[in-house]
Write a protein that binds this ligand. Structure first.
Ligand code: DC
Length: 208
């Protein structure tokens, strides 16, 4: 069984995907991490994330980079969003994601284009959203927890800019896939969102 979980940044999609993977005993891939690794590698190379050649050259990052803490920073998230607009980058990362989705027994993948491009045949497609203000609040809390003191307004601006870029790029924009179930987590706590998502998946699978 393939479960596709898409949505904008800080919508809760990663938490939900991880919990679904644990619940259904499936492997999980956070595809945003691949784009973050490319973004970080461009930075390490001294390249320009808006230049397709520089971004493509960064796609051969070493796997060890995926464990690097710096990938979780807002700055690298911004670089990731910028490199992800280049079709050549998306093509370079496609096979790895597709192979993960097609492994025997299935998988859970989260990202922006899982239900539309990477695994359109997924049995379950969730599109997770939350208001921009709530997503900014969550990101602010998360950063505070890591000892980073960033102004809430700056985070909200950053998130809005990233949404704008992710939703309006020509190749594989962030959009709910055909047949995706919209799941708004704005008013839900972490555990409520997880429980509701598990129920949605069970209901979808039970549907004749
Ligand atoms: O999910 P995230 O915040 O870690 O993703 C970082 C960026 O990577 C996001 O702004 C856009 C890009 N991305 C993408 O284009 N396609 C995906 N499947 C996952 C992430």
């Amino acid at each position: 069984m393939i479960i596709a979980v898409d949505g904008p940044t800080a919508s809760g999609k990663g938490t939900i995907a991880k919990a679904l993977a644990a619940h259904f005993g499936l492997p999980h891939l956070d595809t945003g991490l691949l784009y973050r690794a490319v973004g970080r590698q461009v930075e390490l190379n001294g390249g320009d994330p808006d230049k397709a050649e520089d971004a493509l050259a960064a796609c051969d990052f070493a796997d060890a980079l995926l464990d690097d803490e710096t990938l979780r920073s807002e700055a690298v998230g911004g670089f990731a969003s910028r490199v992800s607009v280049h079709p050549a980058v998306r093509r370079a990362l496609f096979d790895r994601q597709r192979a993960f989705a097609l492994q025997p027994g299935g998988a859970v993948l989260d990202g922006r284009d899982i239900g539309t491009v990477i695994a359109p045949e997924a049995q379950v497609k969730l599109f997770v959203t939350a208001s921009t203000a709530e997503r900014a609040r969550r990101r602010w809390l998360e950063m505070k927890g890591r000892g980073l003191d960033t102004a809430l307004a700056a985070i909200e601006q950053d998130i809005a800019a990233r949404d704008e870029r992710d939703m309006n790029r020509v190749d594989a924009p962030l959009i709910a896939a055909n047949g995706a179930l919209l799941f708004d987590t704005t008013t839900l706590g972490r555990n409520e969102a997880i429980a509701a998502a598990i129920e949605i998946v069970h209901r979808t699978l039970d549907r004749p």
